[in-house]
Design a binder for this molecule. Structure first.
Ligand SMILES: Cc1cc2nc3c(=O)[nH]c(=O)nc-3n(C[C@H](O)[C@H](O)[C@H](O)COP(=O)(O)OP(=O)(O)OC[C@H]3O[C@@H](n4cnc5c(N)ncnc54)[C@H](O)[C@@H]3O)c2cc1C
Length: 407
């Protein structure tokens, strides 16, 4: 079985590994000169258990995310041949209700408890594991004193422990890149821009590489192009039938000056807020939606947004994000952004169904469960929706191609 995987991000690399493990010969196409160089490294690595999606009270998004989250560690451990405990995860996040939250503290508390009950059920499934963590205790509401020590309590009106962690995306990208490189069943065609897929007897991939145009036929083609996915689907007449948004979002990572205590990992809900992700080695990642959301496009092909912004945008993103969050995150208060070290500002596209931004409480962006693998004959298009879901959908794709998908 010869399979072309279009896109060498997190979804493409996971698909390639899952397919190669089943005996396929895989060719990955990517337009960049390196695998895992776009959204796959620009994100904060949160492996969502569903706590974030209080604006989807149907719990469908939470159910979807926890399915992905509980397969994420096992997939990596299996394919990278490492112990689940050696995956580089962050300090667990607390969920913090912002004063202007679209759901009040009582509604968030009820939602977190419901999600926790679902996680306990889902965690009983064979092979499920969330980085070996124990989930028996429900989210705990912080005391007023704890909240006032970590945040401005006038802004952070409630906080709850969650146990949810992030995986360091740079560690993850390095480990996957090396694993893919060393797999004899996977070939990579970097600097190849995929233009179209033709529906012939065998599906054909048309691409443009350093030495001109290429055409190659495969037994199956998998579209894992993320922001490039809709355009290539459209070349087969499979364009989207509903509105979508490509959003360019940035985040900043850094280390605090020596001797300064790190902030706790925290996710601010519900609405256009952001998060602090703190890793045990002192790396901190911040994103604050009003500053970090740089552009929105509803074109089939969004502009070629840069992963690393140029100046003066880079400095504006760094100082704007840091200053916004230091007004209510105590550990950041009083620190000058100029004193931070190991600073990186990175961003990428977020692709989702919907016509309006998350400021609108009824936006479809709050519901993220209509994602996954769509199959037309021997052409498969995979919308991961989130980094969290990529290993799960890769496994589903391999099951489908090799004929044991339960649907
Ligand atoms: C700032 C930010 C924060 C995020 N935070 C989280 C989070 O905490 N948790 C979470 O679960 N998700 C998060 N996400 C979403 C997550 O990053 C994405 O869902 C996921 O990375 C997308 O899949 P991917 O890695 O395969 O995409 P990408 O890494 O973008 O991979 C797609 C690849 O396709 C290539 N490509 C595209 N078009 C073409 C073409 N025509 N020809 C050839 N190659 C092409 C690109 O070069 C790229 O390498 C975040 C996203 C952003 C931007």
């Amino acid at each position: 079985m010869r399979v072309a995987v279009l896109g060498g991000g997190m979804q493409g690399c996971c698909c390639a590994l899952a397919l190669a493990a089943r005996g396929a010969r895989v060719t990955i196409y990517d337009r960049n000169d390196r695998l895992l160089s776009r959204a796959a490294i620009a994100n904060e690595g949160k492996i969502h258990l569903g706590y974030m999606y209080a604006n989807d009270p149907s719990l469908s998004t939470a159910r979807t995310m926890m399915r992905g989250a509980l397969s994420f560690g096992p997939f990596l451990a299996r394919h990278l041949e490492i112990g689940i405990g050696s995956i580089a995860v962050s300090e667990p996040a607390s969920y913090v209700v912002h004063r202007e939250s679209q759901r009040d503290a009582a509604a968030v508390e009820t939602y977190l408890e419901s999600v926790h009950r679902l996680i306990l059920e889902a965690a009983c499934h064979k092979g499920a594991s969330y980085f070996g963590r124990d989930f028996s205790r429900p989210p705990r509401r912080w005391s007023e004193a704890e909240r006032a020590a970590a945040f401005d309590p006038a802004i952070a009106v409630a906080a709850f422990d969650s146990g949810e962690v992030a995986v360091n995306p740079v560690w993850l990208a390095d480990a996957l890149r090396e694993r893919v490189r060393s797999d004899p069943a996977i070939e990579t065609r970097l600097e190849h821009e995929v233009a179209a897929v033709e529906d012939s007897q065998d599906p054909v991939v048309n691409a443009k590489g350093p030495s001109g145009e290429t055409r190659a036929a495969y037994d199956c083609v998998v579209n894992a192009l993320w922001e490039g996915r809709l355009a290539v689907d459209a070349t087969l007449g499979l364009g989207p039938k509903r509105p979508w948004l490509h959003r360019l979002k940035y985040g900043v990572s850094f280390r605090l000056p020596k001797g300064v205590a790190n902030p706790p990992s925290a996710t601010f809900v519900s609405g256009p807020f952001g998060e602090v992700v703190t890793y045990p080695d002192g790396l901190i990642y911040l994103t604050w939606y009003p500053v970090c959301l740089a552009e929105i496009s509803s074109d089939v092909t969004p502009p070629a947004w840069p992963t690393y912004p140029g100046e003066p945008q880079r400095t504006r993103l760094l100082t704007g994000t840091f200053q916004s969050m230091s007004t209510f995150v105590s550990a950041l208060h009083g620190i000058d952004a100029a004193d931070l070290t190991d600073v990186t500002v990175r961003g990428g596209a977020i692709v989702a169904w919907g016509a309006t931004d998350i400021y609108d409480t009824s936006s479809e962006l709050h519901r993220r469960y209509e994602i996954g693998v769509t199959t037309h004959g021997r052409y498969h298009s995979v919308d991961p929706g989130k980094l969290t879901m990529a290993p799960y959908f890769a496994q589903r794709l391999a099951d489908r191609i090799f004929g044991d998908d339960e649907g």
